[in-house]
Design a protein around this ligand. Structure first.
Ligand SMILES: Cc1ncc(COP(=O)(O)O)c(C=O)c1O
Length: 415
């Protein structure tokens, strides 16, 4: 059996020389490789980083990996972390090392990026109806007996398109599918039990597909953790449970997959779907959290079931370039550099101040009375983020810092 990821391909990233393509990083590093730069744990600003620059915290990453792995073990669930969060094979390698069973991806392009690093097991948490994509998947599956790809189906039309695409590609083995249970007001997924059953049976009847389970995404309706919000999520997860029970004779495997769970409700997924299956039914419960790895200082700090335990690992640093009013600082950090889809970035060590607005390349920091004297033109300030996914995608290389802010690794992303 092949390894879950090609460690040599991941390690080879450390031998690629840096240059101007990686914004923020010191020009003194150009022409040198991560393998040459990191052993000395250089200081980012000392070496000439220019704002803004994005960083990861080594200690928090290690802590979050171990915390989540332990939680999954205790709760009897597997983890297929969503790889769209960071698109970084180096980080995925650590997640797989910590026990992750697969990577989740949202698109075929994301799957291809991880496949380029020899990743073996995928959940494509989406419908796959594109003929060219089906042809590519069929070819990959035929060329590697160890490769596993599970994708989702939510319509008979989709099942037929998949079947036609795979037949046209002369696929040598079937593609695994889960029937997706949707939620009113949500995204993809069958909207009621009869549609779930109809689609599942259509997939099972189709030799090009192998029906192996049931899938869903409870946070498609939001991240409401009030008792009402949690009750809605629990009721939705119960629909996945009943689909697994109803379809037990239809699945084409002895090891049925049930998968749900982003970073807000994975405890509810474990509560509803991890145990208590009828005797003789073997069920793998797989959660797909992506944001647990770096956690954050906004959305997931408010909603993660492990918000007391996980540590924020992702920051953006920027310089003050203007202090045009007593309570206003402008920084070299904008919408090109940091998340803004959930909340504004959070100034660290400036408890009285808030970012009120971002332009493409500027942040507006309103300074509270106690913070004004500390913030001068030229000061470097650190910011936490809300929603890691939409910060990661703005950086192609992210330094990892030790507790003394020395750079101990450089993480390459592929968005
Ligand atoms: C289908 C699906 N599964 C899992 C996740 C991961 O959730 P999170 O971003 O909260 O970690 C997402 C995120 O959008 C998703 O769309």
């Amino acid at each position: 059996m092949a390894a879950p990821i090609n460690a040599a391909a991941v390690a080879a990233l450390a031998d690629e020389p840096l240059d101007w393509r990686f914004k923020g990083l010191p020009a003194s590093w150009w022409g040198r490789t991560p393998a040459q730069i990191c052993p000395g744990a250089p200081g980012l600003v000392d070496d000439g980083a220019v704002g803004p620059v994005c960083v990861l915290r080594a200690e928090a990453l290690t802590h979050n990996l171990a915390t989540m792995a332990g939680w999954c073990r205790d709760r009897g669930v597997e983890l297929a972390p969503h790889g769209k969060t960071h698109m970084a094979p180096q980080l995925l390698a650590r997640q797989l090392d910590a026990g992750a069973c697969a990577v989740t991806v949202a698109t075929i392009s994301q799957l291809r990026a991880y496949r380029a690093f020899g990743v073996r097991d995928f959940i494509l948490a989406n419908e796959l109806v594109d003929a060219a994509a089906l042809q590519w998947v069929a070819k990959e599956l035929d060329s590697d007996a160890d490769l596993t790809v599970v994708c989702w189906v939510d319509s008979v039309a989709g099942v037929r398109r998949m079947a036609a695409g795979l037949e046209a590609a002369e696929a040598g083995r079937p593609v695994d599918v889960c029937v997706e249970v949707g939620i009113a007001g949500g995204r993809t997924g069958c909207r009621d039990a009869s549609a779930v059953d109809e689609v599942a049976r259509a997939a099972a009847d189709c030799p090009a597909l192998r029906l192996i389970g049931v899938a869903g995404y409870e946070a498609a309706i939001g991240h409401d953790v009030t008792p009402d919000g949690l009750a809605r999520v629990t009721a939705y997860l119960a629909e996945l449970r009943s689909a697994v029970e109803r379809l037990s004779d239809v699945f084409e495997t002895d090891s049925v997959v049930v998968t749900a769970g982003g970073s807000t409700y994975f405890d509810a997924v474990a509560d509803v779907l991890a145990a208590g299956w009828p005797a003789g039914t073997s069920v793998r419960t797989i959660i797909r959290s992506g944001c647990y790895l770096t956690h954050d200082q906004g959305l997931y700090a408010r909603t993660s079931p492990l918000r007391e335990a996980l540590r924020p690992a992702l920051e953006v640093w920027a310089q003050v370039i203007s202090r045009p009013e007593p309570d206003l600082a402008l920084l070299t950090m904008g919408r090109r550099d940091v998340s803004f889809d959930q909340d504004m970035p959070v100034p660290l060590s400036l408890p009285d101040s808030v970012v009120t607005k971002l332009n493409d390349q500027h942040a507006y920091l309103r300074l509270g009375p106690n913070d004004r004297t500390a913030v001068e033109v030229g000061s470097w300030l650190r910011f936490g983020v809300s929603h890691p996914c939409t910060t990661f995608d703005k950086w192609q290389m992210i330094p990892v810092l030790d507790d003394d802010d020395g750079v101990v690794d450089l993480i390459r992303t592929f968005f």
